[in-house]
Design a protein around this ligand. Sequence first.
Ligand SMILES: Nc1ncnc2c1ncn2[C@@H]1O[C@H](COP(=O)(O)OP(=O)(O)O)[C@@H](O)[C@H]1O
Ligand SMILES: [Mg+2]
Length: 258
Amino acid sequence: MQSGATRPVLLEARGIKKFYGAVEALRGIDLRIGKGETVALVGDNGAGKSTLVKIFSGAIQPSEGEIRFDGRPVDIASTDVARKLGIETVYQDLGLCENLNVADNIFLGRERMWGVGPLRFLDKRGMRAASDEALNGLSVNVPRADANVSGLSGGQRQAVALARTKLWKSALVLLDEPTAALGVQETKRAMEAVRRLQEEGVSIVLISHNMPLVLEMSQRVVVLRHGMKVGDVPTTGVSGDDIVSLITGARQTWIEAA
Ligand SMILES: Nc1ncnc2c1ncn2[C@@H]1O[C@H](COP(=O)(O)OP(=O)(O)O)[C@@H](O)[C@H]1O
Ligand SMILES: [Mg+2]
């Protein structure tokens, strides 16, 4: 509780609702993410986890509710707006383009240019060098910047996605089931990369069904059930069984003020 009370708030969401036609995917979510805090977001399939993260990443818009980022009200109208705020997302499928190489994926949407006067060119060499540098800092089996993404393993793809967040000095990284497609060894390496982000003071939202991983990586656990927040507790105060009982509804709610 102390850590939540003293930690400055990076993102604060209030009364977030999302309707998909008649489906109410989110029914008024209040959530705070502290600076440098890792919040695990858990819940059964369909609970609304991805919907909430997509709202923070600018991929979709809430039907109702407010978001403050770094103390200011923000309208995260697009993924570009999110990126400018320093919010990066690593999706389940890692969101990489198969037909591009590693460096192109890292710089996608933010290509570096060089030129003189009206002549502009892609700074391919600069982007490759910066990509290699970002990848080398990760303690994973890193691919080369000019490698094609289609030939990479799950763990290497993870490295590419994480290098992107590293290079852009993100304030908040959203990880939607980042290890769902990875083996045990690759999951371990991916979490080492996440630890590096934590050490750099990056805030993280980690969606995962892997309870040991949730308990190991997070400072706070937030549980969604049917679009409602039913749990919000410091990780040190809960067991895997506690979390599962909130997910299933065996325990109704457990909210400790953050
Ligand atoms: N694009 C969409 N159109 C209609 N319904 C959707 C869409 N995306 C999600 N939903 C619904 O919203 C609810 C929450 O989904 P989601 O956020 O993906 O849950 P989770 O990530 O926790 O599994 C589910 O009932 C799902 O079917
Ligand atoms: Mg999901």
